[in-house]
Design a protein around this ligand. Structure first.
Ligand code: SAH
Length: 634
């Protein structure tokens, strides 16, 4: 992430600050400068440097050499140090401050053109700190031109990436021609984004006032060298989504070089980029063909093999009776290319390159190549499914692990209200799929689909994701799909559940044995719920009622009250906590007898005490044991 800011310097006044910055210099992403006496206390490292004399004069020397500086100083000291060196915002380096406790990274200067905001994000991310950005939010919400294809496994093609990125950072018009690959990256762009989406190159030639151009395409475009830009020209760059499946048939013993030459020739014949190749497909008889395996290994391309029976069923433009007689299918290269590409497409697939037969004078064997294009790109990545609990609704109540997971994921899937509550954690360029609350199963399926495709997907639930949350739905769905337990890899990030957050606002009501019961009969039959209410009431559990009352479902809470009154005193303390830790939090303390007069809805958790629970000065207290109150064992 720090690559686009090289070279980078950090400056630390103390040993502890130097150590705090270690994740940055250790990897070589940053060169750390410090007084020589401090440097002497650290082990030798290529990216650790000491200086003698005053920092002020030393900084003046370093200033022109770095694109960005990270100061481990107070903002005041940093401002005084850099003030004499600042010239203009087009050329000044990015200045970022890591404050003394290491909790916050502050974008101080060069936020827009210098990229300090993006640098701040990247550093905060690496150090597990919170980024503090004071510039306009717009630039921040823009995905980096040179990283936007990474989640989808796109390959970076040739071009002037720095030039195109700089134009985008300056919010100058960048024309985008996307001929292949996912458009999910376009979904959450800020209103003032610089992209102009062109329909075709015909428009492109007519367009004016464009500062840069980006292609997202399997086509390999040749750009004039930068030095040759005519006056009216501008920087261009190209991403290659991996949509091309190369079908290969070959004689036994065909060499790796011959295969490579054949594929290169086929690509060249239609100006296709080698970087856009998703993988190779062939007949299962060729699964042990040495040259083919070696070449796929070299280029880290997947090799997909089909039986002759499968390939025979695929219509192709150039069938061959000779081939059919030999291997049982009239086509290998064309049929295999179409066969795999079709698996990643919804429309019927056509060939981009029909069968070509290639021989080389000094190489053994003969190779046939055909290329088909899929709708959906192959990411080449193993997906991850992170099931994340986001707590009751306040950022400070989300675990750091869950926060990091949210910030790192390629995609966030969740109910809109919860996405809004964590929006401060979202990264520019992150894909957000917010679905209505009623569509939990669809949400789970969508998350699995994206993870199976190779993306890192965070599915967020309020509270704990494993308590009436999305974790169960996702895992259940994976089970239905006969998941192998490995791909996608699943990780569960716990959160503070509603019963804990509600309890914390009223005291210590859950101090003794307790249980949670959801009154929603959407997924559970009511008689089952009723049975559990009776059992919990009889057993003197403290009870947290989830989903207590909706607009249409109002009876259940009254039935619950009646059941509890059969086993507990009408004076039993009850608390209702609505929207704990959210701005509209509302708490009521009442008794079992008066429960129905309290405001109760779907954002409320109802806590019913046991026979020993008491209110004291507005605190709801359940004694730790039954053995004699204060001072009893444990
Ligand atoms: N996974 C969540 C529960 C989801 S079920 C968790 O572990 O907390 C939704 C129910 O949770 C709501 O109907 C309400 O009863 C409760 N709830 C969720 N957030 C809450 C909050 N901030 N304050 C009070 N109750 C809440």
């Amino acid at each position: 992430m720090l690559q686009s800011f090289q070279p980078l310097a950090a400056i630390a006044p103390t040993l502890s600050m130097a150590q705090r910055l270690q994740p940055l210099w250790e990897t070589g992403a940053v060169t750390l400068w410090m007084p020589q006496t401090i440097a002497d206390q650290l082990p030798q490292h290529d990216h650790l440097r000491g200086y003698e004399g005053s920092l002020r004069s030393h900084l003046a020397q370093l200033w022109p050499d770095y694109q960005g500086f990270i100061f481990g100083y107070a903002t005041g000291a940093t401002v005084r140090l850099i003030a004499p060196l600042l010239q203009d915002k087009a050329t000044d380096p990015a200045i970022v401050v890591l404050e003394g406790t290491g909790k916050f990274v502050i974008s101080l200067c060069g936020g827009h053109q210098g990229g300090a905001d993006r640098l701040t994000w990247a550093i905060a991310h690496q150090l597990g700190a919170t980024p503090v950005l004071t510039g306009g939010a717009n630039e921040l919400a823009l995905p980096g031109i040179d990283v936007l294809g990474v989640p989808f496994g796109w390959q970076k093609g040739s071009g002037d990436w720095t030039g195109v990125s700089a134009a985008a950072a300056r919010l100058e018009p960048v024309e985008v021609f996307q001929e292949a690959g996912s458009t999910l990256w376009q979904q959450r762009l800020p209103d003032s984004h610089p992209f102009r989406f062109g329909a075709s190159e015909v428009d492109a030639q007519e367009s004016t006032a464009i500062a840069a151009r980006l292609w997202i395409s399997p086509i390999q475009r040749k750009f004039a060298p930068e030095s040759d830009y005519p006056k009216a020209d501008y920087p261009k760059a190209q991403w290659h989504p991996r949509v091309l499946w190369v079908g290969i048939g070959c004689e036994r013993g065909s060499s790796r070089r011959l295969i490579e030459a054949a594929v290169e020739q086929a690509c060249r014949s239609q100006h296709l980029a080698m970087g856009a190749i998703a993988g190779i497909a062939t007949l299962d008889l060729k699964a042990d063909e040495v040259g083919l395996l070696e070449w796929c290994g070299d280029r880290q391309l997947p090799l997909r093999c089909a039986t002759a029976e499968v390939l025979r069923s695929i219509p192709v433009p150039n069938p061959s009776a000779v081939v059919e007689a030999e291997v049982g299918t009239p086509s290998v290269s064309e049929a295999a290319a179409i066969w795999v590409a079709q698996q990643m497409s919804s429309d019927p697939v056509e060939l981009r390159v029909s069968k070509q037969i290639v021989r080389l004078p000094d190489e053994p064997g003969a190779v046939t190549v055909a290329i088909a294009q899929a709708d959906r790109e192959y990411t080449g990545r193993d997906g991850q499914l992170w099931l994340v609990g986001t707590g009751p609704g306040q950022l400070s109540q989300i675990t750091p692990a869950a926060q990091a997971a949210i910030a790192q994921a390629d995609v966030i899937v969740g109910y809109q209200l919860y996405v809004d509550l964590i929006s401060a954690l979202l990264r520019p360029g992150q894909i957000v799929e917010a679905l209505p609350i009623t569509q939990e199963r669809q949400r789970a399926e969508r998350a699995i689909e994206l993870a199976q495709w190779g993306l890192t997907v965070a599915v967020i639930s309020s509270g704990d994701c494993g308590i009436y949350g999305m974790a169960g739905l996702v895992l259940e769905q994976l089970q239905v799909q006969n998941w192998d337990g490995k791909t996608p890899a699943v990780q569960v990030f716990p959160g503070i559940s509603a019963l804990q957050s509600a309890a914390s606002r009223v005291g210590a009501p859950l101090m003794h044995d307790f249980c949670a019961i959801s009154l929603s009969d959407l997924l559970t039959p009511w008689p089952v719920i009723e049975k559990r209410l009776i059992a919990a009431a009889q057993a003197d559990f403290v009870v947290a009622l989830y989903n207590p009352r909706s607009q249409t479902r109002t009876e259940q809470i009254a039935i619950a009250q009646k059941i509890f009154l059969q086993h507990r005193s009408p004076e039993t303390p009850v608390a209702t906590v609505r929207s704990a830790y959210r701005p509209d939090e509302h708490i009521t303390q009442t008794t079992l007898a008066q429960l129905l007069e309290a405001p109760i809805d779907m954002l409320t958790t109802v806590l019913i005490g046991n026979q020993s629970t008491r209110f004291h000065q507005n605190w709801m207290i359940t004694p730790r044991g039954y053995l004699g109150g204060v001072g009893s064992r444990e």
